[in-house]
Structure formats: structure tokens, C-alpha cells
Design a protein around this ligand. Structure first.
Ligand code: NIG
Ligand code: FE
Length: 414
């Protein structure tokens, strides 16, 4: 028998982020201003959010004076699990070596595929678990990972098994996406590889399917085929599109009912209105945009048009070795000209919807999973104090999972 979870009361917060009303699966970004940040208390019991009335009898009392209380961040686009890093490549990239030259020298996705193949399961899981712990310390209580560095049938199947093993080790909600069409493996063609991708989709235990559409990877025809595979296997379709150049992939993704389209740095202006009107999230990845010197996605325009806008780290060893949602929020506010509420909505409820979890987590509502972040100051400081980790404490599933040492005085266990 495990001991029951202690109850907790976060008392006297300066701000508590709440949705406009309970039960919303997502909030379109033209309504982000309706999220409230009024002061108050938050009570957790039995792993759930119990309510918003002070409970002086709760086992754990948290002094939240001067602080914001938020739902845990949901990082709905990472490439965990992966092996190693590519720091040398980053230096070459920033000093002007073209991607084609880096790739020709064995860099890029192929380098991470080699690293994954050469690293044993235990070491891959250990590196990824360390990153998941670092994410937790930055307020991320639920996340997604992908395959995609397997680059062979056996490698992708292993990557899917490793993804599930990572989820079991982490013990927090982790969704797994089969990015079975990430790069065209050597010795095959994109057309031929799609047959393998279909076989992988049928045999692997994954929650969603994904594809990278780009001149160096797959084309819109392959995206349509992945849409067909997703429909046939009952998985949501996601897609890496419009990252380095516009390929007009959005209409294809929408035709196939995609759950999300991700990157969108080079989104064609004609595609903003249809995307914003669709029940398809626009997942923006400003970390990759900054570090890859990509174009800036039209975040302001998408928000004004009423898109279901979302932020994520894109954590991966190539384009975005970034674990911190607060940093991503800081970039988004500056680059997309978003309000703090817009960025927080994109990092919580709307991100949970991408993973199919918004009835369970992603906002502070009675009955939802008690994934709760206490900041060391007001929410406006998250983008403003750029680079500072504002996370004072994190409750994951109702358990106090992280407390920053200088903030430990706030927590009293009775
Ligand atoms: O999301 N765009 C494709 N895939 C990754 C990067 C992969 C890599 O460079 O390792 C991304 O940016
Ligand atoms: Fe990605």
C-alpha cells in the first residue's frame, strides 16, 4: 500500500491563472484576454485540484504571497528520447557553414541517428531522464516525445520502445508520437520509405503520427499519405511544416484533419485564415527559430485570426537544445508580440489539447490533475526576466515534485 498523497494549500497567491470557464477543450487566441489572473488560493487533494477556497487543515501549506500560480506547462513538441548533442555543428552553423555542407560531412539528423544507434538503451534513457528532470524544474509537468532518429525500420521501432520506457521512468504524463518520416534513410527513396512508415505506424505503440515536409525531407504527397495512414490507424496527424521554406503544406494537412501543424516559420499569408478557422493547432517553436536563424512565424496574425496557438520547446539536439518553457514564453512574447496571457495559454491548455489531454490537465479547474507551478513572482516576470528560471515549486499529480532551494521557506509540512 502506498501512503495517500498529502493535501496541499497554496495560500494568498497574487495571481492564479484560470480559464474563462471550466470545461473548455482549448481557447482560441482572440479570446486569450479572457483568462483571469486574480489573486487567491489553490487546494490540492488526492492528486487532483480540489478547489479554490483556503484550507487551513491541508497537510502542506505553501505561502504563495507575491507569486503567480499556474497550471504546469505542457511541452507538446519535443524529440525525446535522443542520444548525445551536436554542439560542434551549432558552432559551424552560426559561423556560416551552409546546412548542405554540414549534412554532407555527416551532420544533421544523420548524426543524431548514428549517435542513437551507437548508444545503449540504458544510456539513452538516462540522458533523456535527466532532461525530463530539468524540464520539471522549469515547470513542465507533461510532455510529448517522438521517434525520428531511428532512420531504419528496426531503429524506429526501438525508438518507439525507448519512448514508452522513458514515460514509465519519468512517471509523469508523456505522449509519444511516431515521427516515422523524419529524414529519408540512406539507400532508399521518400516514396519507398513511406511503405516502411506505414508498417511502423501499424506495428508500433504510439499516440500520434508525424512527418517532416521540407525540400531535404518529404513532400506534400507524402504528407497526404501520412494523413491516410493516420486515419486508417486511428491516430491524430501532426506535421513539421513550413520550417525553412514555404511549401503550402497547410491546406494538405487541413484536408487530412491534422491535430496540429508545427513550426510555420515560413507560413504563407494565404494560409493564416484557413488555419485559424480550423480545429487544428498552430504549434510555434521560437527556440528553433532563434537558434536556427529561421524566419519568425506570424504569431500575432495567427492569434488575431483566432487560431488555437501553442508553444513548445522542440527540444532536440539539432535545431533546439532547449528545455525551458519560460524561455520559450519569453521568446514568443517578444517575437510574436503576444501578451503574457496569450503565451501562458499557448503553453498550457492549448498544448494539452494537442495531446488529447485537455479534459485531464492544462488548466486550474476543480477535478483536473494537480499539475501546478508556483512562480517566484508575478506572471509578467516570466517573459520579462528573460533567462531567469521563475519556477519556485512544482506539484506533479498532487505531489510536491520540485522546490527551488531559495524558495523552500514557503513550504510548511504539517
Ligand atoms: O523539429 N525539422 C525537423 N526536425 C527537427 C530537427 C531535427 C534535427 O536537426 O535533429 C525539428 O527542428
Ligand atoms: Fe520538431
Amino acid at each position: 500500500m502506498t501512503a495517500p498523497l498529502p493535501s496541499a494549500c497554496l495560500r494568498g497567491a497574487a495571481q492564479v491563472l484560470r480559464p474563462p470557464r471550466d470545461g473548455l477543450p482549448y481557447v482560441r487566441h482572440d479570446h486569450a484576454g479572457e483568462l483571469s489572473l486574480d489573486g487567491g488560493d489553490v487546494v490540492l487533494a488526492g492528486g487532483r485540484i480540489a478547489g479554490f477556497e483556503r484550507d487551513a487543515t491541508a497537510d502542506v501549506q505553501v505561502d504563495a504571497t507575491g507569486c503567480a500560480v499556474l497550471p504546469g506547462f505542457v511541452d507538446c513538441h519535443t524529440h525525446l528520447p535522443f542520444a548525445g548533442w551536436r554542439a560542434e555543428e551549432y558552432e559551424r552553423k552560426v559561423t556560416g557553414v551552409p546546412y548542405a555542407e554540414i549534412a554532407a560531412a555527416g551532420g544533421g539528423i544523420a548524426a543524431s541517428a548514428r549517435a542513437l544507434a551507437e548508444t545503449g538503451d540504458e544510456a539513452v534513457l538516462a540522458q533523456s531522464q535527466v532532461l525530463a528532470t530539468e524540464m520539471l524544474a522549469h515547470g513542465t509537468t507533461a510532455f510529448e516525445g517522438k521517434t525520428g532518429y531511428g532512420l531504419s525500420h528496426a531503429g524506429e521501432a526501438r525508438s518507439a520502445r525507448l519512448g514508452r520506457a522513458l514515460a514509465a521512468r519519468v512517471g509523469r504524463p508523456m505522449a509519444l508520437t511516431g515521427l516515422f518520416a523524419h529524414a529519408v534513410p540512406p539507400g532508399t527513396t521518400a516514396d519507398a520509405w513511406m511503405d516502411e512508415a506505414e508498417a511502423l505506424a501499424r506495428e508500433c505503440d504510439v499516440d500520434a503520427l508525424d512527418i517532416f515536409v521540407e525540400s531535404v525531407a518529404f513532400k506534400n504527397d507524402h504528407l497526404a499519405r501520412m494523413g491516410m495512414i493516420a486515419r486508417a490507424t486511428g491516430r491524430p496527424l501532426r506535421a513539421h511544416i513550413e520550417q525553412f521554406a514555404p511549401h503550402r503544406s497547410v491546406p494538405v494537412a487541413l484536408d487530412w484533419g491534422a491535430r496540429s501543424v508545427d513550426h510555420l516559420s515560413c507560413l504563407h499569408p494565404y494560409d493564416i485564415a484557413p488555419l485559424a478557422a480550423a480545429e487544428c493547432a498552430a504549434v510555434l517553436l521560437p527556440g528553433a527559430e532563434l537558434l536556427g536563424r529561421e524566419a519568425t512565424a506570424p504569431g500575432r496574425e495567427l492569434a488575431d485570426a483566432g487560431a488555437i496557438a501553442v508553444l513548445a520547446t522542440d527540444l532536440n539536439p539539432g535545431t533546439s537544445p532547449v528545455v525551458s518553457m519560460p524561455l520559450v514564453i519569453g521568446l514568443a512574447v517578444r517575437r510574436y508580440r503576444w501578451t503574457v496571457r496569450e503565451a501562458l495559454l499557448a503553453a498550457t491548455l492549448n498544448a494539452a489539447w494537442v495531446l488529447g489531454w485537455s479534459a485531464e490537465l492544462g488548466s486550474l479547474e476543480a477535478g483536473k490533475r494537480a499539475d501546478v507551478v508556483l512562480l517566484d513572482g508575478p506572471a509578467e516576470h516570466v517573459p520579462y526576466r528573460f533567462g531567469h528560471n521563475p519556477v519556485a515549486a512544482v506539484f506533479a499529480g498532487g505531489a510536491l515534485a520540485h522546490v527551488r532551494p531559495d524558495q523552500a521557506w514557503r513550504v510548511e509540512r504539517r
